[in-house]
Design a binder for this molecule. Structure first.
Ligand SMILES: [Zn+2]
Ligand SMILES: [Zn+2]
Length: 422
């Protein structure tokens, strides 16, 4: 049985997050999409924790929680903390995700943070002055089975490997605790093959998370687990699968294209200038339009820390499958906005018919899909599965642009359909 797991998104109590993010709405959305394992997110926030306690209870699977035993969705306790501190004479800003095996352990973690002066009520993702390593120590002292995951590891400002205020290695950040940090979150701007270029990442399990701020983005990126039986699932199973980096139990991650991330290429958004790292070197890091500093993106940062050429594949790899969210495929095929009624109706009808969003994106044969939806949408899904798309990389906070069809291709495809109709 396949389980799609997303450990990192936020509640309505985190900054810039949708008011619709309640536990019950999250559960409903995940069930509809065919997602089975979610982090609670934001358990450090007192009001969200109260909602967790009100709406979730222990599931039959040890260490997991559910709204109702009959629901296909299970929750695990997670939160994200932003640490801002000084180390080695530099300001460091690092986000870390924590996964805990029980409500009791999560509450102890909150108490300890409060005792250390952390203000937890202001934001679902609190900002603390406690170094990432200290947080890891607190978590692991409370529960040796806690999972400490450096969040969106490559993001320039808040990633552990970030170019602006991160570190050059996990060792530099976590020192003697490094061996207990066995996974990182790749973040939107990197994928597995980019991370494989660092031999230091060889023992590390690469995770994908949505970091969603609204319901429809939940599990837009995630981890695909394979269980021989549903009743195998438990906190310990998840812990061991991630820790052991077992590619049989964890065959791949699903992600957006890293180029779509806001910091893939280098560039200067104000001047609408972007370039690959090789050109940044030639420009000596200076924006050719204004003379200001270019923001160095994830690709350049990987290049700087990599000790292997592009194209290296490790033994028993857990690769990334690149996807485009179904709503966006439909929107592009129909040349309409994602939020429009036409797109939403088509999306809901197709997901219902197929029994889940990932059934549509990953599993169902094209011939089956043809019976459920329009030919141009089926063609879009086929192209996404074949990873044959038109890509403009993101830079300096600007999202990249991925197109499945050029306007000419769309016209041609729609024309074809007309021909068969008349
Ligand atoms: Zn974050
Ligand atoms: Zn500029």
């Amino acid at each position: 049985m396949r389980v799609i797991a997303d450990f990192h998104f936020h509640s309505r109590f985190a900054r810039a997050c949708s008011k619709d993010l309640t536990i019950l709405n999250v559960e409903r959305t995940a069930a509809f999409k065919g997602v089975h394992l979610l982090g609670t997110g934001d358990f450090t926030h007192p009001q969200w924790m109260a909602e967790i306690k009100r709406d979730l209870h222990s599931a039959p699977e040890a260490g997991l929680y559910c709204t109702d035993e009959k629901s296909p969705v299970r929750f695990v306790l997670t939160c994200e903390i932003s640490s801002i501190y000084s180390q080695g004479g530099k300001t460091r800003r690092v986000h870390t995700v924590f996964v805990f095996p029980s409500l009791e352990a999560a509450e102890k973690f909150n108490q300890t943070l409060r005792k250390r002066g952390a203000k937890l009520a202001g934001d679902g993702r609190p900002i603390v002055g406690i170094p990432a390593k200290e947080l890891a120590k607190i978590a692991l002292d409370i529960s040796p089975k806690a999972i400490v995951i450096p969040a969106h590891a490559w993001t320039p400002w808040f990633g552990v490997f970030g170019s602006m205020s991160g570190f050059d290695s996990l060792l530099e950040c976590f020192e003697e605790l490094t061996s207990q940090i066995f996974s990182i979150e790749m973040g939107m701007s990197s994928d597995a093959s980019m991370n494989w270029r660092l031999s230091a990442n060889d023992p590390i399990t690469l995770l994908a998370s949505s970091d969603a701020h609204s319901l429809h983005r939940i599990a837009r990126e995630g981890n695909v687990f394979e269980l021989s039986q549903r009743n195998q699932l438990s906190y310990d199973w998840v812990y061991a699968t991630i820790k052991d980096k077992d590619s049989k139990k964890f065959p791949y991650t699903i992600k957006y294209y890293p180029q779509e991330g806001r910091y893939h290429y280098d560039g200067h958004a104000k001047c609408r200038f972007s370039c690959p790292p090789s050109q940044t070197k030639k420009l000596k890091g200076i924006c050719p339009k204004c003379g200001g500093k270019l923001t160095v993106g994830v690709m350049a940062r990987v290049e700087a820390l990599a000790d292997r050429p592009e194209g290296h594949t490790p033994k028993s790899p857990i690769p990334t499958k690149h996807l485009v969210p179904l709503e966006e495929i439909i929107a592009e095929a129909l040349d309409k906005g994602v939020g429009t009624k036409t797109v939403q109706n088509e999306y809901e009808q197709l997901v219902k018919a197929a029994g889940g969003e990932y059934q549509v994106l990953l599993d169902l044969p094209i011939e089956e899909l043809q019976k459920m939806t329009k030919p141009i949408i089926t063609e879009g899904i086929k192209r996404v599965r074949g990873e044959k798309l038109h890509i403009e990389p993101g830079y300096d906070g600007e999202y990249g642009v991925i197109n499945i069809f050029t306007p000419e291709e769309r016209k041609e495809l729609l024309g074809k359909k007309q021909d068969t109709l008349f």
